[in-house]
Design a protein around this ligand. Structure first.
Ligand SMILES: NC(=O)c1ccc[n+]([C@@H]2O[C@H](COP(=O)([O-])OP(=O)(O)OC[C@H]3O[C@@H](n4cnc5c(N)ncnc54)[C@H](O)[C@@H]3O)[C@@H](O)[C@H]2O)c1
Length: 354
C-alpha cells in the first residue's frame, strides 16, 4: 500500500509584526497615579492567577559585578494568562551608590511580548511600575494579614527611600491611617527627607524619627523594612515581643533566629528561599522549611490560620508576573488615551527571502 503525504489545503492565518512602542516614565506615572485602589485589586488578581498556576515565572537571574560589589542587575522573565495574557521581561538595576550622588538606586525597563507572535511590542520605563506593584502587594498583604488581629495603630518605616514612600502612599490610599508614624534610617538625610514627604503628603499621626533600630521596632505594630542591607543587621528576637506585623520587603534585614521565633508568610516559596534572603538563611540554618506557615495565597484562600501570639513576618520576593500585569495596564491606558509613541519600522527584516 502506498501512502501519499496529505496536501495542506487549509490556509494558515497571516500574522503581522505588531508596532513597537516606547512608554516614558511620565506616561507610566500618569496612567497609574490616583488609581491606587484599582491597582491593588489588579495586582491581587494577578497574584491569585499566579497561585492558581496560570503563570510561568522562572527564577530571577542576578547579574553581579566583581568591581561593583554593591550593585546588581536582575532579569525577571515571566508570562501571565487570564485576561492579561502577555509575556515579557523586567530588567532592573540596583546601584545603591547612586543615592548619595543624587540619583535613584533602581532603574528599569519592562519589555512586553505579544502572546501570538512572541514579538516585543513595548518597552516601558519600569522603576515606577516596580515600585507600584511592590507597594500594591504590600497594601494587599497588610489588609489580609491584619484580619482577625488588632488593627495596627503605630507604623514604623525602617529604611526610607522610594519604596517606603510608595508603600506609605498605597497604605494611605487604601484607607490606612495611624496614630503614630516612626521613621528610622542609617542616613540622617533620608530620614529627614522622608519626614518632609510625610508632612507634605498631609499624613495624619505623630511623626517620630528614631535614632535606633530597637526604638523603632519596639514602638511599632506594623513595621516596614525597605533598606538596602545585604545581610542581617537586626538579630534580637526580644525586640519583637509585642508580636508586630512585619513587611520584610527588603528581604535581608532579619537574622534567621527572628524568623524562627515568628510566623512566616512569603509570596512564593521557591522564589523567596533563594539569593541569601532571610528565609533562605533560615532554611540553611534549620535544613528544612518548617518555619514557613505558607504563602499569601494560602492566607487569601484561608488554607492556613495565623496565630495571634507571635510576630508575623511577610517576605515578598517580588514576582515578574506582577510587573507584567501593571505594565500591560499602563500600555492599555496609553493606547486608550491615544498617546502611544510608536517607533516606525522598528521590525525591519520581515520578508524571509528578502
Ligand atoms: N521585595 C520586592 O518585591 C522589592 C521590590 C522593590 C524593591 N525592593 C527592595 O526595597 C529596598 C528599598 O528600595 P529603595 O528603592 O527604597 O532604596 P533606596 O536606596 O531609595 O532607600 C533605601 C534606604 O535604606 C537605608 N538603609 C540602608 N541600610 C540600612 C540599615 N541597615 N538600616 C536602616 N536604613 C538603612 C538607606 O540609607 C536608604 O535611605 C531595596 O532593598 C530593594 O531591593 C524589594
Amino acid at each position: 500500500m502506498t501512502t501519499t503525504a496529505p496536501r495542506r489545503t487549509e490556509s494558515v492565518p497571516r500574522l503581522t509584526a505588531p508596532p513597537f512602542a516606547v512608554i516614558s516614565g511620565a506616561q507610566v506615572q500618569q496612567a497609574l497615579q490616583g488609581r491606587e485602589e484599582e491597582i491593588v485589586a489588579l495586582v491581587e488578581s494577578a497574584y491569585r492567577l499566579h497561585c492558581a498556576g496560570e503563570s510561568v515565572n522562572p527564577p530571577s537571574y542576578f547579574l553581579r559585578f566583581r568591581d561593583r560589589p554593591s550593585a546588581r542587575i536582575i532579569a525577571l522573565p515571566a508570562s501571565i494568562g487570564g485576561d492579561v495574557r502577555v509575556d515579557g521581561l523586567k530588567w532592573i538595576s540596583s546601584f545603591p551608590e547612586n543615592v548619595p550622588a543624587g540619583l535613584p538606586r533602581a532603574s528599569a525597563v519592562l519589555i512586553l511580548n505579544d502572546h501570538d507572535t512572541g514579538y516585543p511590542f513595548a518597552c516601558l520605563e519600569s522603576s515606577i511600575i516596580s515600585a507600584t506593584r511592590t507597594a500594591a502587594l504590600a497594601a494587599s498583604a497588610t489588609d489580609w494579614l491584619t484580619r482577625g488581629r488588632q488593627s495596627p495603630a503605630r507604623v514604623g518605616f525602617f529604611g526610607v527611600g522610594l519604596i517606603a514612600r510608595y508603600i506609605h502612599t498605597f497604605l494611605t490610599c487604601t484607607g490606612w491611617s495611624f496614630d503614630e508614624i516612626g521613621v528610622h534610617d542609617v542616613s540622617h538625610d533620608s530620614a529627614a527627607g522622608f519626614r518632609d514627604y510625610l508632612e507634605r503628603s498631609g499624613a495624619l499621626g505623630e511623626i517620630t524619627l528614631h535614632g535606633t533600630a530597637e526604638e523603632l521596632i519596639r514602638s511599632s505594630d506594623l513595621i516596614l523594612f525597605a533598606t538596602t542591607a545585604g545581610q542581617p543587621h537586626v538579630s534580637d528576637p526580644t525586640w519583637f515581643d509585642h508580636n508586630p506585623l512585619v513587611l520584610h520587603v527588603s528581604l535581608r534585614d532579619l537574622a534567621p533566629e527572628i524568623l524562627l521565633a515568628s510566623t512566616n508568610v512569603v509570596d512564593d516559596v521557591e522564589h523567596c528561599l533563594k539569593a541569601s534572603t532571610s528565609p533562605h538563611l533560615a532554611e540553611q540554618l534549620t535544613g528544612n522549611r518548617d518555619f514557613l506557615l505558607g504563602t499569601l495565597g494560602d492566607v487569601m484562600l484561608r488554607r492556613v490560620t495565623i496565630p495571634a501570639d507571635r510576630p508575623l513576618i511577610f517576605s515578598p520576593f517580588g514576582l515578574g508576573v506582577l510587573d507584567l500585569t501593571v505594565g500591560k495596564f499602563v500600555y492599555d491606558e496609553v493606547v486608550r488615551t491615544g498617546e502611544l509613541q510608536v517607533v516606525d519600522g522598528f521590525f525591519h527584516e520581515l520578508r524571509r527571502y528578502g
